[in-house]
Design a binder for this molecule. Structure first.
Ligand code: FES
Length: 215
């Protein structure tokens, strides 16, 4: 397969681990022959994860070679989507949501707590390499605002005090509770559901014959 003929050294010092190469090939195989470039976002995601949370130029150009794309086309993608980091980030990348619901519920206080506690400015990495902070737009957990994303996990219903404790625990290598920090169930009201108290059976999909009906 021509897309896997790329060898280490062709574009610097980045090369997919065997596991990531396998995942990349499997993902590319979902697309019709000649359309493998459609997998570019996923391959960049894999490369960023393997590269410690950011995309170096060699990593970007490795992906371009892997997909037989002109490198500039891949650079264009990485500079358009804000989830691709083009500079090194800390081991724990704190993304503070600053969009209206989170802002109204105190996201400015979370941002300030992070910056003060870590002694860094936005997008800088702490000297120990453990943390960096950035602001992002809505992460889709507005009902539990304010919230942050740290690496792959959401931390919701935060206060500046709780944000500080989470940073302390991560720095100490302790396990940290993810999700709502006040015990909220999914996006139910604080204190528990007020309506729809009984578990609901999801309706059968429309237009699909069940085994019993078809028997
Ligand atoms: S506004 Fe913060 S998650 Fe939507």
């Amino acid at each position: 397969m021509k897309y896997t003929s790329y060898q280490k050294g062709d574009a610097g010092d980045f090369v997919f681990s065997p596991e990531n190469a396998e995942q990349a090939d499997a993902y590319m195989a979902r697309y019709p022959e000649g359309r493998q470039a459609s997998a570019v976002i996923y391959l960049l995601y894999l490369a960023q994860k393997q590269n410690g949370g950011w995309l170096s130029n060699p990593a970007i150009e490795y992906v371009a070679n892997y997909l037989d794309m002109a490198p500039i086309r891949v650079h264009e993608i990485t500079t358009f989507y804000t989830m691709f980091n083009l500079k090194p980030v800390g081991k724990h990348l704190i993304q503070v949501c600053r969009t209206t619901p989170c802002w109204l519920r105190g996201s400015d206080g979370l941002t300030q707590t992070c910056l003060d506690k870590l002694g860094v400015d936005m997008k800088e990495v702490t000297e120990d390499g453990l943390f960096s902070v950035m602001e992002v737009e809505c992460l889709g957990a507005c009902a539990n605002a304010p919230m942050v994303q740290i690496n792959d996990d959401y931390y919701e219903d935060l206060t500046p005090e709780r944000m500080g404790e989470i940073i302390d625990d991560l720095r100490a290598g302790k396990a940290v509770r993810v999700g709502s920090q006040i015990g909220r169930i999914c996006s139910a009201p604080e204190g528990g559901p007020q309506t729809l108290m009984e578990p609901i059976e999801p309706p059968a999909p429309q237009g699909v014959e069940t085994a019993e009906e078809g028997a």
